[in-house]
Structure formats: C-alpha cells, structure tokens
Design a protein around this ligand. Structure first.
Ligand SMILES: *[C@@H]1O[C@H](CO)[C@@H](O)[C@H](O)[C@H]1NC(C)=O
Ligand SMILES: *[C@@H]1O[C@H](CO)[C@@H](O)[C@H](O)[C@H]1NC(C)=O
Length: 799
C-alpha cells in the first residue's frame, strides 16, 4: 500500500478556518502509522502546535487518528476498517478538525480511507444440498446462493466458478442492486446409475490483489428415474434336456439386471412366445428367472425349442433373450413295421431270392436310437434284407418244398440300437402253393393178394393205395389197370380197378385148378398237369378150395362089371390085397387123402391103410371065410369141409380062378361077359402096372429137371427149408409089396402139391389132374399134358 499524501491548501476566510488538508490512507494501517505531516502541510511549526495546544476534534466519532504534537504528524491511533466505517459507501473518508488556541484557529482535515482487499467473498453456508432427479432435462436451472464480499470495487466479488463442470455450468444474472444471481444450469443429464451423488465446488472470486475467494460445496443427490431397461446377461441361453425328463426339471436360469433402483430395478420374467404352445411346456419363475419344464417333451415332435423370455421392470421397460432348448433324444420309440405289399402265396418252385413282402420300417428316434436291424425267425428259408433306407424285403433264400412246409409264419423282429434297445415284431404268413412235383407213391413196393377160388364175380379182392404228397388236384390219384395178358387173355377180363378207390375187383370167378396166380400192373396217376404216375406190380394168388372130391382111379368102377382081388387062402397076415388109388385135383390139404374102410363083409379080415389105401389082411385067412368079400372104402380129402368118394372092392378069397368065378357068378349073370370081364380085368391090371412104371419114370425125370431149374433160378427161395407137414394121422410109412411104385407116386404128389402152394404148379399134379376117371385114355393124356407142362407154366405168368 502506498501512502499518498494529498495536500490541499486552501485559503480559507480568516476567522474559523485557516486551511484544510486531505490525506488518503489505506485501511487497516497499523497503529502509529504515519498519516500525514500536518506541520508541514499546514505551514505551521511545532511550537505553535504546542503553544496552541493543538488537538484533534472528531466530535462524536471515534478517534482513529491522533496528532503527535512533537513531530507535527498525524498517526493511526486505532485500526481503521473501511468496511466497518463506510460499508459499501465509497469513497470513505474521515473528517476531523485540528483545533489551535492562542489564536484560535482550526484546520479541516480529511483523511480518505482507501479500500484494501481484506475480505474474501463468503457464503453463508458451507454447503448446499440439492436432490435432482436423473430425469431432469438439460437446461434445468437451480438457484445458488450468492456470495458476499464487503470489499468494494475491484476488491469486491467479481465472479464465480463451478467445478467440476461435467454436468452443470453457471449462469449469472445481474441484479438491480449491482449484485449477481448465480444459477446452476444442467447441461448434461445426470445418471444416477453412474453417479449417485455429485459434489461440486462453487467458488466466488473477488478482484483484489492478492485475489481472495470463498467456496461453497454443492452436494447433489441424483434421484433415480426408471431410465434403465432390464438387460439380460446373455442374449442367448442354451439348455438341453432329455425328452423323458420329468416335469419340474430346471432347464436354466436366465438373469437380467436393471440398473435402476427399487421398483424401477425389479425385474419380472415371462415367456413371451404367444403363438406356439411354449407356455404349456415351459414355465419361468417370474422373480428368479428359473426356467422349468412343465409339459411333456417329444423329441420326435420337436427337437428344439426357442423360448423368448422377456424381462420387464415396473416401469415397463423390458429386454428379451432367447433360450434354445435342445431336446435330447431318448430311445422311447419302437420301430414301426408297415407291410407295404405281401404275397399271400408263392409257388414252391420259386427261385431263391423271390421277394415275398416289402416292409417299411421306421424309428423316429435319432441316431442309434433310430437305427433298426431286422431278423426273421430261424429255420425258415426266408430272410430279410434291407433294400434301401427304411425299406426291407423278405426274400426266399433257398428252394421251397410245399410238401415239407406248406406255410411259413414269418416273424420279423426289428430292434433299434438304442440302449436299452426297443423292438417290435410282426408275423406274417405265406402259403406255399403246390406244383405237381411228386408222383403218387404206392404204399408198398408190390402187392400180393390171396383170393379163394370160386369167388363171385365182382368180388373186391383188396385195394392198392398210392399217396401223392402234392396238394389237391395234384394229389388226386386215380388208379388205372395197365393192360397185360393173363392166360392168353387181357388182364382186364380177370380184374378191374376202381379208379378212385384203388379197389381191385375180380371180374370173373377164378379156378385154382386153371390158374394159380397172375400178375398185373396198376398205375397211379395224379391229376396234375402234366400228370405224374407210378406203377406197382400186383400179384394175385388164387387159393385152393376143396371143390373137388377125390377121384378113385383104382379099382375102376364100372356100372356093369366088378373086378375082384384074389386073396389066396394061404395068405399071411398083412397080405397086400390091393390098393385103392385116388387122386384129388385140389391141392394141399384139400388133396390130402385118407382111406377108411366103410363097410366090409368081414371087418375082422381086412384093413385099409389110412394113408396109402392099401388093403391088407389082418388075420390069417381060414377056410371058413367066404370066398366073396366086399369092402367099401371111403376116400376123404382133408379139406374143410372134406369131400369124399367111395369105392367098392370085391375080394375073392380063393386059391383058384374058377373058384372065384363060381363065387362071383352072381356078380356076373352073363357067363360070357364074366369071362370077358376077367380077361379085361387082367389086361387092365397089366396096363395099369405098365402105366405106373411109365409114370414113375416120367415123374422122376421131370423132377430132376425141375430140381435143377429151381437151383438155377430160385436159389434164394430154394434155400427155404421145405418142411413137409403131415397131419399126425398120416404116418409116413414105407409101403412094401407089389404096388410099391404106386405108393411112391402118391408121396411125390402130396409133397409137391404142398410146395406148389408156394411156388409152382407141379408137373405131376398137372398130369394127374387131367387123368380121366375112365382110365381108358390115360396114357396118351398123360403124355400130352407132360409135354405141355412147361408152356402151361409160362402161360400162367404171361402178362
Ligand atoms: C402259423 O400260425 C397259424 C396261426 O397262428 C397257425 O395256425 C399255424 O399252425 C402256424 N403255422 C406254422 C407252420 O407254424
Ligand atoms: C412202371 O414203373 C417202372 C419204375 O417203377 C418203370 O420203369 C416202368 O416204365 C413203368 N411202367 C409203365 C408201363 O409205366
């Protein structure tokens, strides 16, 4: 501060005012500071001051300045505060007088007090508080308190500043009183979320030197406004859930944050899909954002869900996010099997690889859960192959045979590869249709039947049966008699075959004595196209019946004459009188003959050999015995019932022929005739004996020939032991005596006729059959038959 001394010398009118002087001093000078040298300025000297008893007169006002008489200067007596002295009034001056006595004079002194910057601008409060909504618009004004600075002029309040100026700037309005109103203007919106409280410093500055300032803190609390929408942490959430997940399964939790406070910051979650059924499947907790499953999922219907979720605060601001829920397939679907086409029947001659059916097999599951494999049941010639995606075909894989399997039940089982695997199966059946691939087969390789002779024509003998493994028409067997020749005539004149039943009927009555057996063939033919056939040999054996009575060959019975056998009276016991010779054209038992004595003149004298027909004496002949003995011998065969023949044998017990003749004269009324008869009798005996010898020779030779042939052709059957069977009555005794050969002949016949039942017609029987009872033409007849026997044999087997 410079001290300026202003000296005003004014010539005042004498008397009261001798002069005046002005000074100017800054305020706040320390005590004792020099204000001015009034001696000098007023032109006085110190003595005068003393003498004049100079003093300062201020009236009522306080004395800030004193006079130092010794030095003649004015000094600061008390601190001068301009602001206190003058307030805002400017200029500010102290007016006082220096009064002198002896002479009385006074001087006017003016001391101007100049301002110094001794006061900073000040605010009444140390801080200002505001609550401003963050939604306040830019340009909003907030009145601030003015600062006060008692200093004046340049030292007074000059300006304000506000720091920081991020959101607000100051605006000053000049007031009529010269002061300035201060306003704070929002120039950038507040954001509570960024800064909840702002602290500004308002500084008021004066213009002094040094400059002084005052500050006030402005505290601004930013009030929340719902200016923030909720924000999801993620735009997209992903979740996966198996399709069989139970209701209530938590899928995920979404979270949105809202920067606002209180209810403005409270978020409510909801599912915003409206068009689909999402709300039936999913539920979100509106407070926590936990997304739950509430419905049933089916991968096959929807494998993914996109759920739009909205987060909304109470102010209505919202955000949305998306939850992608992948449904994980579980193996919950069986494969489905659809039969697209199927043959009901296939022919048994179909080639392997024939397609029977086409199936469509699907499994809506994915991956392995949807991969399907199919198998058919085993043991059938049908497999399943995959042709293309989802399509399978059933094909035959080997040759079919309806006769072994006429139908197949194909069970197709398809299973997927899921764990655990699910499977499904279907059964379809296919019929194998018949092809005529089987010929009829007779039940036996050959047939033999026995039929008794003398059957009635039309008799059903037996039936042949052939089976055909084919079906229906292809298996309908008809029987056909194949033509052949039997005994020189067509076989159809012997038998007929019922074409449906295979029953063989006799067409005529058979005669064992004419034909003993015959063969023919029967063909079995099926109804297929072309037909198949097979044939079988049928052999019919005709069985003998006892339809022929024994025929007595010897003794020859004639109506007119009687031959008598001679028995000498000297004959011993057991003398062979004669032998009854009989034959039976039947065979076997029916031809087994037994001889019995039916009547006798003297039963005690003769007996008949049961088997051989030999008549022998059983006691010594005596003279008493009558010459003429008459025996009746019955010859019976062994048939059932048996047939018989009787013969009368006349025996003459005599030593000489005349004796006999005389005795037998009653037999022969005519003597000549009797003589002739005797002659013929003897002749007949000779002829018969000769004939038997011839027969024996012929039989033996034929037998040898036949035996050899048997050995050649029937080796196997020849091995069969031929066990001759004789009923117990027929002792196999050897005959003795004159008619030995005759006896032998009988044995031969009997044995052979047994054998012939099984094998062949014997030549001996053939020859005997044809023997004429009359006996007169036997020789040529035997020869004739003997030469024909072989051809006869062959005829019987001709076909
Ligand atoms: C096939 O199934 C049917 C009906 O179940 C049955 O009657 C028939 O015997 C079966 N066939 C075969 C060859 O198993
Ligand atoms: C009879 O069958 C046989 C085979 O068993 C055959 O060789 C023969 O030719 C057939 N005969 C006729 C006439 O069909």
């Amino acid at each position: 501060m410079t001290r300026r001394v202003l000296l005003f010398i004014s010539v005042l009118s004498l008397g009261s005012v001798h002069g005046q002087v002005s000074y100017s001093i800054p305020e706040e000078m320390p005590k004792g500071s020099l204000v001015g040298n009034i001696v000098q300025d007023l032109g006085l000297d110190v003595k005068r001051l003393k003498s004049g008893n100079a003093r300062v007169y201020t009236g009522d006002s306080a004395e800030y300045i004193e006079l130092n008489k010794d030095r003649g200067v004015l000094l600061i007596k008390d601190r001068i505060d301009r602001e206190a002295l003058c307030g805002k009034t400017s200029p500010c001056a102290l007016h006082f007088q220096i009064i002198l006595e002896n002479p009385m004079e006074f001087y006017q002194i003016t001391v101007e007090i100049t301002d110094i910057n001794d006061n900073p601008p000040t605010f009444k409060k140390s801080e200002l508080r505001f609550e401003i909504s963050e939604s306040a618009l830019t340009g909003a004004k907030f009145m601030l308190e003015r600062a006060m600075d008692p200093d004046v002029g340049v030292n007074g309040l000059q300006s304000y500043s506000l720091k920081p100026t991020d959101n607000f700037h100051l605006k000053l309005y000049n007031q009529p009183d010269g002061g300035k109103n201060v306003e704070m203007v929002l120039q950038k919106p507040l954001d509570r979320e960024k800064q909840e409280e702002l602290s500004l410093l308002l500084t008021a500055i004066d213009g002094g030197d040094p400059q002084m300032s005052g500050t006030v803190r402005i505290l601004i609390t930013v009030l929340d406004a719902n200016d923030n929408a909720p924000v999801f942490k993620q735009e997209v959430y992903k979740a996966s859930v198996t399709e069989n997940a139970p209701k209530g399964t938590v899928l995920t939790t979404v979270s949105a944050s809202d920067a606002d406070q209180g209810s403005n910051g409270k978020v409510i979650y909801s599912i915003s899909n409206t068009l689909d059924d999402m709300v039936e499947q999913f539920e979100i907790d509106q407070d926590t954002g936990v997304l739950k499953l509430i419905g049933d999922l089916d991968y096959e219907k929807a494998s993914q869900y996109q759920i739009n979720i909205q987060a909304r605060d109470h102010g209505g601001l919202s955000d949305s996010c998306k939850v992608i829920v992948d449904v994980i397939d579980t193996n919950d679907n069986k494969p489905t099997i659809n039969i697209m086409s199927k043959s009901k029947t296939i022919s048994e001659n179909s080639n392997p690889g024939t397609v029977i059916a086409i199936l469509k097999i699907q499994d809506p599951d994915s991956d392995n859960n949807g991969k399907v494999k199919c198998v058919t049941n085993e043991n059938i010639p049908i497999t399943i192959t995959s042709t293309s995606n989802n399509f399978f075909s059933l094909v035959t894989d080997s040759v079919l045979d309806r006769e072994t399997d006429s139908e197949f039940n194909i069970s197709v089982t398809c299973s997927d590869e899921g764990v655990p695997s699910l499977s499904n199966s279907v059964t379809l059946s296919v019929q194998i249709s018949d092809v005529n691939d089987n010929a009829p087969v007779f039940e036996r390789r050959s047939y033999e039947a026995h039929v008794k002779e003398n059957n009635s024509p039309g008799l059903s003998i037996f039936s042949v049966k052939a089976r055909d493994a084919d079906w229906n028409q292809n298996a309908r067997v008809s029987y056909i008699l194949e033509d052949g020749i039997v005994n020189g005539v067509s076989v159809s004149s012997y038998v007929s075959v019922n074409s449906d039943s295979g029953v063989i009927h006799a067409v005529r009555s058979f005669d064992y004595e004419q034909i003993k057996d015959f063969r023919f063939r029967v063909k079995a033919q099926d109804g297929g196209s072309p037909p198949l056939s097979s044939n079988v040999t049928v052999k019919i054996f005709i069985q003998d019946q006892n339809d022929n009575a024994p025929q007595i060959l010897y003794p020859v019975q004639t109506g007119v004459s009687q031959v008598a056998e001679m028995v000498p009276r000297s004959a011993d016991v057991g003398y062979l009188v004669t032998k009854v010779v009989a034959v039976d054209v039947d065979s076997g038992q029916n031809a087994w003959l037994s001889y019995k004595l039916l009547k006798a003149t003297d039963r005690a004298l003769f007996e008949v050999g049961l088997q051989n027909g030999e008549i022998r004496t059983i006691r010594q002949v005596t003279d008493k015995d009558a010459v003429k003995q008459r025996l009746t011998v019955v010859v019976e065969d062994n048939g059932q019932p048996s047939r018989s023949a009787t013969v009368n044998v006349n025996v003459a017990v005599a030593d000489s022929f005349p004796e006999v003749l005389s005795e037998f004269s009653d037999f022969a009324p005519d003597k000549d005739y009797n003589d002739n008869l005797t002659f013929y009798l003897v002749l007949a005996l000779a002829v018969v004996s000769f004939l038997f010898i011839l027969s024996i020779i012929a039989i033996v030779s034929v037998k040898c020939y036949r035996w050899r042939r048997d050995r050649l052709f029937y080796k196997s059957s020849a091995n069969l032991p031929v066990i001759p069977y004789y009923p117990p009555l027929y002792a196999d005794s050897t005959g003795t005596g004159t008619l030995q050969h005759v006896y032998n002949y009988e044995v031969c016949r009997t044995t052979d006729s047994r054998k012939s039942d099984m094998k062949y017609i014997r030549p001996c029987s053939q020859s005997v059959i044809s023997l004429d009872a009359s006996g007169t033409q036997t020789l040529p007849h035997v020869q004739e038959k003997g030469t024909n026997e072989d051809s006869d044999d062959q005829v019987s087997f001709a076909h």
